[in-house]
Every structure is written in C-alpha cells, then in structure tokens.
Design a protein around this ligand. Structure first.
Ligand SMILES: Nc1nc2c(ncn2[C@@H]2O[C@H](COP(=O)(O)OP(=O)(O)OP(=O)(O)O)[C@@H](O)[C@H]2O)c(=O)[nH]1
Ligand SMILES: [Mg+2]
Length: 364
C-alpha cells in the first residue's frame, strides 16, 4: 500500500519476475503470488526463499471496500507501506494516509490483526535529490507507536483520539527541532532567491513542499510588499498546481495559502522589516542579500517549520472544507495574529490596510 505512483506495482513485478516492467496506474487491486528471495540470517534456521501472496492496491483509503472484499478470507501477515523518496511534495500526505489506514488494521472493517508488522519501505532511492531518511522519519515519527489503539479503542469517537495524539507527536519539540536542522542545511545549499522565483513561473521548482512554499512566500513578500506579493503568491501557486502537471490530485487551497502568507508576513515583521516600506522592492533583490537568507529567517521564526500550525487556528473540518479551499474563511479556533511592525508603525498599532487580520477582517 502507499500513495499512487510510489512504485508498488513496479516492486511487485520485480519481486515476482525480477523484471522492471512498465506499469500503468493500478485501478482497484492486483493480486500476484511472488516467490521472493530474502536473505535470512543463518542462525534463524529459516529457508531463504518463501512464497508470498502479495496484494497490490492502487491508491489507499479510498479503496477500502475493495480491499476488504478480497482480504476477508486471507491471512494477512503484514503490510508494506511504500514511500516515493523523490516525492517531497507528498511527504506529508503519505503518513496522513497511513494514519487513516492504521485504525482499520485493528478493526472489524478489515479482518487484520492489529499486531501485524508494518514495513515502511522507502522506494526510488536511485533518483537524485531524494528525501533523506531523517526527513522521512521526522514525518512518520510517533505514528507507529500508537497503532494498537484501534484494538484497544474500537469506537469511532475513541479511534479519533489517538489521531489527535499523533498530530501532537508530529508537532513535538523533538520532531520540529530535527526538521529545523534539516531545513537549515537545505537552506544552505538551496538555489538563489531569484532563481527560485523564476523556476516557479517556469513550472520547474526543485520541489513543492512546505519548505518551498514558505521560502517563495518569504521572497515574494519581501520583493513586492504585502499586497502585490500576496497576489503573486496566490497566482504563482495556483498556476503551478494547474499547469505544472507535477502536483497530482491537489488543487489550490485559498485559506491554507492565505494562512501561511500571514504567518510568513508575521515572521518578517518580527525581524523588524516592514515589507511595505523597505527599499528592496523598488531596487531589486540583490540590494541586500542578507534579507534573503532563508536560514536566518527560519532561525528567528522556528514556529514556521510546524506544518500543522494551522491546527491552532482552524479545526480540520473547517480547513479541509470546500468552502475553505475555494475562498478565505475565518478561523474557528482563534483569530490569526496581527502583523505589527517594530519599525515604522508604533508597537501595538495595527496597519489595518496592509496586514492586520483578525476574525473580523480578511484581506484577500
Ligand atoms: N527511478 C525509479 N522509478 C520507479 C521506481 N519504482 C517505480 N518507479 C516508477 O514510478 C512510476 C509509478 O510506479 P508504479 O509501480 O506504477 O506505482 P504504483 O504505486 O503502483 O501506482 P498506483 O498503481 O497508481 O497506486 C513508474 O513510472 C515506475 O517506473 C524506482 O525504484 N526508481
Ligand atoms: Mg500500481
């Protein structure tokens, strides 16, 4: 199992026939019996070959009804969860899908014991610029420890609790500081600011993930100021999703984008920079390259590393609603923080025409 195009079918064919075959996206299920050679430690006394009936699924949570029909009479000995090491853009989505699957492993919905092993298999490691194991582990951290919860707490409302717990784990200081470290070293060798912007318009970004979104928002806000910068972020991101052909199954999310624009703007303001009055926007980005030092920006604004920061402001139901995707909606947990400048505006003074956002005001 795993996200689409992670390489499940390719792997199954390779295991079954040792051949790399050209695959097409799997619809539903494909079942193969593969004779697999696995090196086993000599002391285990086991044979080095064993037959495995492997069920390949196309997609994940959406096809559970199908999986169930096929699996009901089977003994499932384990689940292999495949990750595409090249797919930085969907690194967050993969553990989210696995998180949806986990409670079902111990429930009656799928007749699978909660104690079966789950192998998280990182695929496509032959490709350059792949995710590091550290980056992958940071996203999956805390997920598997809580997998027996479905067995212990089979009702729907109870099953939801550990999901919340797992979200909390993903946001734990250890996970976030590890992620920050990775991002800082990524920022050191990243492409220059101007090149990144060009690559956004050329539909050729090095990756499409939280880090890149934040860095683009940072550069565009600095370069163009709040109003124009925000429009460029919205237009640029939307166009990238619509036209690049690289973002599978994703559509532009207005509220999410707006939320992060606001958070990045807040981070810039906390460094004492007023994006609407500093001179760079008129004079070109090379004017003060220190400002475009994204690593420095991250060090000052470490909270931005937390990809789930929105959960402090929005309930998942609201943020994932089609209304929130199509237009900017107000948070239902607490209002977004106002951007206050330590330069220019008096501390405590809202620049309501440029940056102030509360539950009553939305500047789109
Ligand atoms: N470079 C590289 N490409 C791979 C590898 N494994 C799979 N691919 C490619 O990734 C693409 C998707 O592979 P599939 O095996 O069809 O992926 P899948 O997970 O079965 O996809 P769905 O059936 O849609 O869920 C294909 O173009 C494969 O050739 C790998 O290890 N390295
Ligand atoms: Mg497939």
């Amino acid at each position: 199992m795993g996200l689409d195009a992670s390489g499940k079918s390719t792997m199954l064919h390779k295991l079954a026939s040792s051949e790399v075959v050209t695959t097409i996206p799997t619809i539903g299920l494909s079942i193969e019996t593969a004779s697999i050679q696995i090196p086993a430690p000599a002391e285990s006394g086991r044979k080095q070959k064993f037959a495995a009936r492997v069920t390949d699924t196309g997609g994940c949570s959406k096809i559970f009804h199908l999986v169930r029909r096929v699996m009901l009479d089977d003994t499932i000995s384990g689940v292999i969860w495949v990750i595409d090491a090249k797919d930085r853009d969907r690194l967050v989505e993969s553990p989210e899908e696995l998180r949806i699957l986990l409670p079902k492993l111990g429930s009656k919905e799928l007749d699978i014991a909660p104690s079966i092993p789950i192998l998280i298999l990182v695929n496509k490691i032959d490709l350059p610029d792949r995710l590091s194991l550290g980056e992958i582990c940071a996203e999956f951290d805390g997920l598997l420890e809580s997998r027996h919860f479905a067995h212990l707490k089979p009702t729907t409302s109870e099953v939801n609790k550990p999901v919340e717990k797992m979200l909390t784990d993903m946001r734990s200081p250890e996970v976030l500081s590890r992620k920050l470290e990775e991002w800082l070293s990524r920022a050191e060798k990243d492409v220059p600011a101007e090149e990144l912007v060009q690559r956004l318009y050329a539909l050729a970004l090095p990756s499409w993930d939280h880090y890149t979104h934040l860095r683009l928002a940072y550069i565009l806000l600095l370069k163009y100021g709040r109003r124009q910068g925000k429009d460029k972020i919205f237009e640029g991101f939307k166009q990238y999703i619509d036209k690049s052909g690289k973002i599978h199954g994703k559509s532009f999310h207005m509220t999410m984008t707006y939320f992060w624009v606001q958070m990045v703007h807040l981070g810039i303001a906390s460094m004492g920079v007023d994006v609407d009055s500093h001179t760079l926007k008129a004079e070109g980005m090379e004017e003060d390259p220190r400002l475009y030092d994204f690593g420095r920006f991250l060090m000052v604004n470490q909270y931005l590393v937390d990809g789930q920061l929105w959960a402090d402001y929005y309930s998942k139901d609201l943020l994932m609603s089609s209304e929130a995707k199509k237009g900017v909606v107000f948070p239902d947990i607490k209002g977004l923080p106002d951007v206050l400048y330590s330069t220019g505006a008096k501390p405590g003074t809202k620049k309501s025409d440029t940056a102030s956002v509360s539950t009553k005001t939305a500047l789109v």
